[in-house]
Write a protein that binds this ligand. Structure first.
Ligand SMILES: [Zn+2]
Length: 275
């Protein structure tokens, strides 16, 4: 039987993806599971398209920069990604391209962004548990990245990243070399996010939903810290309480669940994204 210890850091089956307690205790849904890889592929591509539309709605685009990737459920060294040069707001499932481990487009009509391949191929290779990764040049993320530091635990939401994000403390130009992608993958480590100094954020998740949600909430967390730091002397959450809160709001199931209302909304608003 679960006890209150499950709320304590270091023992967090409460929000573990595989824990039935998430459903039992809070009656929240859990990510769907698939026997058929074709169905799973379709699901991942639909979630990917929904995430890209949301990036467009939230203004996370900067010209042709930004990419979200989803690992293929069968060809594990291949990933689905948005086409290079297409507006986030106009991308549908049928526009997504499949890229292999050599950076070649093996399905789809559009080209791949070289930076998307250089970074995401190495993140997916370094982290077999990662199904999806998201990156864009969103304003608050790139502004915060120029400070060359980690986020402070200033708000409940920020605790999703407490002890769970890192800094790629290097900038040498547009990332087009897989060797730099490898170093970004190493900097990410076992975390859910990495701040690329002078560039922007990158998030990773065990579902497309979680990876996209982490990016959205990290952007807002950067915004909140920039606002608060500009306004005056902030008060941080204590390390002990930040760690407890991380266990409550920072798990993969929490990330997945937070994405559901947004996904429901964008699919209703823009049903053509599923085409
Ligand atoms: Zn970039």
């Amino acid at each position: 039987m679960p006890t209150l210890d499950t709320f304590r850091p270091g023992s967090l089956p409460l929000f573990d993806k595989n824990a039935p307690m998430a459903k039992k205790w809070f009656n929240i849904p859990t990510p769907p599971e698939f026997d058929d890889p074709e169905e799973e592929r379709t699901h991942r591509k639909q979630r990917l398209a929904s995430g890209l539309r949301l990036f467009g709605r939230f203004g996370f685009d900067e010209g042709v920069a930004g990419h979200i990737t989803a690992r293929d459920p069968e060809r594990l060294d291949h990933f689905w990604v948005n086409p290079f040069g297409m507006n986030f707001k106009q991308i549908s499932v049928s526009d997504l391209i499949l890229v292999n481990d050599a950076g070649e487009v093996v399905e789809g009509e559009h080209p791949v962004n070289g930076a998307a391949f250089a970074i995401h191929s190495q993140v997916h290779a370094a982290r077999p548990d990662v199904i999806a990764a998201a990156h864009s040049h969103s304003v608050y993320g790139k502004a915060f990245s120029s400070l060359g530091k980690l986020l402070d635990p200033l708000t409940q939401d920020s605790c999703a990243f407490y002890g769970d994000h890192s800094l790629f403390d290097d900038y040498t130009g547009v990332v087009l070399d897989v060797e730099e992608g490898k170093r970004i993958g190493a900097a990410l480590g076992e975390n859910k996010a990495v701040i690329l100094r002078n560039h922007g954020n990158l998030t990773a998740g065990t579902t497309v939903d979680a990876a996209v949600w982490w990016f959205i909430t990290m952007e807002r967390t950067c915004q909140a810290q920039l606002l608060a730091d500009a306004a005056g002397q902030t008060v941080s959450i204590t390390p002990e309480n930040a760690e407890i809160t991380h266990g409550q709001v920072g798990s993969e199931i929490a990330g997945w669940f937070n994405y559901q209302p947004l996904c429901d909304w964008i699919v209703e608003e823009e049903p053509d994204l599923l085409e």
